[in-house]
Design a protein around this ligand. Structure first.
Ligand code: SDX
Length: 433
């Protein structure tokens, strides 16, 4: 892994003593202060809840410039990939670092296609859930259970095991997510088909039934593939950091991805697309938007505008721009461009972007703002939105996990703390309390 070493240093003055700390530079983006020796030199920790100013690792996979609203996968801008590439090619890029040749891509797609089935015994797992279980509960449980079935790809020290586990995860998540959906609506599972491309196969497994032939609309395939691509990876976000931390203990890859699924579920993270659509529906009509804008500004009201704001982007989320185009395309196809939810979304975006509260805090629509509208128009229930996000992000989690495992500097993650609890005190017998 690139060590970023430079001749630059910064100096701390601690109790009159000068402490010199090395500065590291990446290929692009902010320099970092190497504090690995800080505790040994000063007896002090740094303090950074939420890691707003902390680089947890060095990486070559995804770069974000929050101020410019830039997102690069292995150096390629997300808008170019969304326009010119497709999800499995993006998976190859994220996993192996470069765009594939035609032969490499064909081989990769064939290998993924032939791992899309689940061990037949896993069907019993689905049947153990209540029908009204949230799909994310099912996906989290089944992904974790994969380690009980695929023992031939859980040795993290074996490069071949890592490769096979990666392909299995990318290949099987669509089947797991589609079957979680089918189970929730009481319809029979539809098996993957090797003659369909990745996005079409997923939509076919979700919406086909054994009773008749089901043809996926190419516009839906394009929109689905684009949603997969836009969500594929995003630097060291909460769920990716969870996967890296779980992986640092040398847990098997399936368990690590299940941990990522669990973290993504939260409404502050991947659950925001589901929460955003529920919010748009609750607002209902354009005339009620000001009431909700006021609620979002009210410090005494926990309500936040779902789909707005981002820890890193202090400009437009570049994914939201592409997602907005897809929303117009899909809803135009369906002849529902007057969809009330879309009207509320567009007016809410317009009002919020003109409001000083949002301007001062640089709160812009993020990737979750429009994705829910597209998925809703395609016929997915809101409960499936985050599961689709998890499906898309699996390749990012796996690529980051592999990079961490293969990093010779890797070690188990173990943050410290600022302890503000009770100093040592002696036990008091119950009769004396
Ligand atoms: C994703 O990290 C990633 O990369 C994530 C992700 C990915 O691809 O992995 O991009 C996917 O998770 C996108 C984000 C989806 N979440 C939401 O849409 C939920 C709504 N957004 C907020 O919860 C919030 O914006 C966060 C969690 C996304 C970011 O929060 P931060 O960076 O911790 O910012 P903050 O909470 O400190 O807010 C700063 C100010 C505060 O006001 P003040 O205290 O300064 O007065 O902005 C306000 C906040 O109250 N604020 C909002 C707001 N988001 C922040 N006010 C109203 N509505 C909002 N949505």
């Amino acid at each position: 892994m690139a060590d970023g070493a430079t001749q630059k240093t910064v100096t701390l003055l601690v109790d009159g003593k000068e402490i010199s700390l090395p500065v590291m530079s990446g290929s692009v983006g902010p320099d970092v202060i190497d504090i690995r020796k800080l505790y040994a030199q000063t007896g002090m920790f740094t303090y950074d809840p939420g890691f707003t100013s902390t680089a947890s690792c060095s990486s070559t996979i995804t770069y974000i410039d929050g101020d410019k609203g830039e997102l690069l996968y292995r150096g390629y801008p997300i808008d170019q990939l969304a326009e010119k590439s497709h999800y499995l090619e993006v998976c190859y890029l994220l996993l192996y670092g470069d765009l594939p040749t035609a032969a490499q891509l064909e081989d990769f797609e064939n290998r993924v296609t032939r791992h899309t089935m689940l061990h037949e015994q896993i069907l019993n797992f689905f049947r153990g859930f209540r029908r009204d279980a949230h799909p994310m509960a099912v996906v989290c449980g089944v992904v974790g259970a994969l380690s009980a079935f695929y023992h031939d790809s859980t040795d993290i020290t074996d490069p071949w095991h890592r490769e096979v586990a990666s392909l299995r995860m990318i290949a099987k998540l669509p089947t797991i997510c589609a079957w979680a959906y089918k189970y929730s609506i009481g319809q029979p599972f539809v098996y993957p088909r090797n003659d369909l491309d990745y996005a079409t196969n997923f939509l076919h497994m979700c919406f086909a039934t054994p009773c008749e032939n089901y043809i996926v609309d190419p516009i839906f395939t394009r929109a689905m593939d684009r949603i997969f691509t836009l969500h594929a990876d995003h630097e060291q976000n909460a769920s990716t950091s969870t996967v890296r931390l779980a992986g640092s203990s040398e847990a098997n890859p399936f368990a690590c991805i299940a941990a990522g699924v669990a973290c993504l579920w939260g409404p502050a993270h991947g659950g925001a697309n589901e929460a955003c659509l529920r919010m748009l529906r609750e607002i209902g009509t354009v005339d009620r938007i000001p009431e909700y804008i006021d609620k979002a500004k009210d410090k005494n009201d926990p309500f936040r505008l779902m789909g707005f704001g981002h820890r890193v982007y202090k400009n437009f989320d570049p994914r939201a721009k592409v997602m907005k185009e897809s929303a117009d395309e899909v809803l135009g196809l369906l002849g529902v461009e007057n969809n009330p939810t879309l009207q509320v979304a567009k007016e809410l975006e317009k009002i919020a972007l003109e409001d000083p509260y949002f301007i001062e805090r640089k709160l812009y629509p993020n990737v979750d703002f429009y994705s829910g509208i597209i998925l809703d128009a395609m016929g997915f229930p809101t409960s499936m939105f985050t599961a689709i996000f998890a499906l898309s992000r699996t390749v990012g989690w796996i690529a980051q996990w592999k990079e961490m495992i293969e990093d010779p500097e890797g070690k188990i993650g173990r943050p410290r703390q600022l302890f503000v609890g009770a100093p040592q005190r002696d036990y008091i017998d119950v009769e004396k309390r």
